[in-house]
Every structure is written in C-alpha cells, then in structure tokens.
Design a protein around this ligand. Structure first.
Ligand SMILES: NC(=O)c1ccc[n+]([C@@H]2O[C@H](COP(=O)([O-])OP(=O)(O)OC[C@H]3O[C@@H](n4cnc5c(N)ncnc54)[C@H](OP(=O)(O)O)[C@@H]3O)[C@@H](O)[C@H]2O)c1
Length: 253
C-alpha cells in the first residue's frame, strides 16, 4: 500500500488547528492531525484524507514515539499552544513550565525529529506564533515570552534551513474566537476576536507562500507596524491598561 506524504498539524483537535486540518484536507492534502483528545481525532477522521495520531506535547517520550510513527511528511504546522491569561502573581511555577514545554520545547523536539523527512520532501515548517510575540502582553507574560522565542528562533532557523531546501515561516495572528479565548479574562474583548475560519484561510496562504512573517488582519498589521516604531515599554504600558480593564478580577483595582 502506498504511504501518502502528509502535513502534520499539532493541536488539530480544536480551534485554528482543527480548522486548518479541515480546510487543507478539503483541498486535497493528506493531513496527520494530532492532539491529546482522542475522541476529537476520531471525529476529524470522518473527513477524507485526515489521519489522527494522539500526541501529548508535555511528554518527551511521547513526542519521540509519535515522530517514529508519523511516516513521511512534506510539512509541519506547529500550532498547538496553551496560555495562562491571569496575573503572573496568581500563577505557579508548574503552569509556567507546562506552558514553556508545550509552546517552545516540544516544537524544538518535533522540528529536530522531523528534519530528515522534511529534507527528503523539500518540506515546510509553519510556526503559529502570536501578535503577543511581537508586542508585550501583560497578564499573559509567560505566553508572550514563548511566542517571542518562537518568532526569533523561527526567523533564525529559516535562514539556516533554506540551504537544506526546507522553508520556515511564522504566522502571528491576533485574538481568535476559539477555546483558548473562551475564558473570563477575554469576555470583554470578545467582539475583537477574529472568526477561526478566516484566520485558518490566512494561515494556509502563509503555508503556501512561506513569507518570513505573516500578520493577518488590518488591525493586527497596524499593531505590528506600531511595534516597530514605538518603544516596547510604551506598548507594554498601553496593553497593561487594556487587559486590566478587561479582566473581571482586575478592573476595579
Ligand atoms: N486564540 C487566540 O486568540 C490566538 C491568538 C494568537 C495566536 N494563537 C495561537 O494559535 C494556536 C492555536 O490556538 P487556538 O486558539 O486554536 O487554541 P485551542 O482552541 O485552545 O487549541 C489548542 C490546541 O492545542 C492542543 N494542545 C494543548 N496542549 C497540548 C499538549 N500538551 N499536547 C498536545 N496538544 C496540546 C489542544 O489539543 P488537546 O487539548 O486535544 O491536546 C488543541 O488542539 C496556538 O499556538 C495559540 O497560541 C491563538
């Protein structure tokens, strides 16, 4: 039986990853969808050309086993991510470590493990970062740090891997209406969240064209442009005011 070359999408059980998996499969790509929720993977397999393979990004052993079973890949979309959208003081170190493991370390392990197959197929790596990696994001401080890491890491890797015929691109969206933003801290900002289908379409365009960084949406482009002109400290101060006002536990302080 012929083994199809697939595009791996992490975090395909929900939100942006799920939508990208469905849109890409609909246009004819073979997708390897991953995530921890096996029922959601089964549901995705109802779509033609989508195969589910469970993966827990907090486990180094699980990632190694997953990569050994993944088969030939023409691309990986590093989409899975988590946040902690509350004051840093109210969090704990365990949550910080899980966030950095999921958003950063797991991605580095996946890239390293997939390099041989990507090299064989002139592959692509699309890193789903965030506008919060281009500008400071108070009350999601650890998250903002992980996304800034992935942007600087990805841009550096892009230049190295072009000599291996592997393309690397960064996709940095602003707020999207998904499970990630379905939390009390984001309620007041709900109207500013982009529909996930639109953002997935923009992400797929970025996957096809592979520019260095894609920021989808006019308002996000404006913020990203501002981040190149205004001091980061000023942007951080403004963002802190916006998120303090929006957060149910902080607005009265
Ligand atoms: N939503 C936004 O406003 C927004 C804005 C900018 C950037 N982004 C970025 O876009 C990406 C997708 O976010 P989303 O909004 O679509 O989030 P989401 O709906 O919460 O989906 C997150 C995905 O990550 C997976 N995941 C989380 N922890 C995992 C783990 N330990 N192992 C394996 N998979 C794990 C989840 O699958 P399981 O739970 O099944 O494991 C799920 O499929 C993230 O990188 C996020 O940072 C989102």
């Amino acid at each position: 039986m012929k083994t199809e070359t697939k595009i791996l999408i992490t975090g395909a059980t929900s939100g942006l990853g799920r939508e990208m998996a469905i849109q890409l499969a609909t246009r004819g790509e073979y997708i390897l969808a991953s995530g921890r929720r096996v029922d959601r993977l089964k549901e995705l397999e109802a779509h033609a050309r989508i195969t589910g393979l469970p993966l827990d990004l907090t486990s180094e052993a699980d990632i190694a086993k997953f990569c050994a079973e993944a088969g030939p890949l023409s691309g990986i979309i590093l989409n899975a991510g988590i946040t902690f959208a509350d004051p840093f003081l109210s969090g704990d170190f365990e949550t910080d470590v899980a966030l950095i493991q999921t958003n950063v370390i797991a991605n580095i392990q996946l890239i390293r493990s997939c390099l041989p197959t990507l090299k064989n197929h002139q592959g692509r790596i699309l890193i789903i970062a965030s506008l919060g990696g281009l500008t400071p994001l108070p009350y999601q401080s650890v998250y903002a740090g992980t996304k800034a890491f992935m942007i600087n890491f990805g841009l550096s890797l892009r230049e190295e891997l072009k000599h291996e015929n592997i393309q690397v691109g960064i996709f940095a969206p602003g707020g999207i209406k998904t499970e990630m933003t379905d939390i009390p801290a984001m309620k007041a900002l709900e109207k500013d969240l982009a529909p996930v289908s639109d953002v997935a379409r923009a992400a797929i365009k970025a996957y096809d064209k592979m520019p260095a960084i894609t920021v989808p949406g006019a308002q996000n482009k404006l913020i990203s442009g501002l981040s190149k002109l205004a001091p980061r400290s000023l942007l951080a101060r403004q963002a802190e005011k916006i998120y303090r006002k929006a957060h149910p536990d902080l607005k009265s302080k």
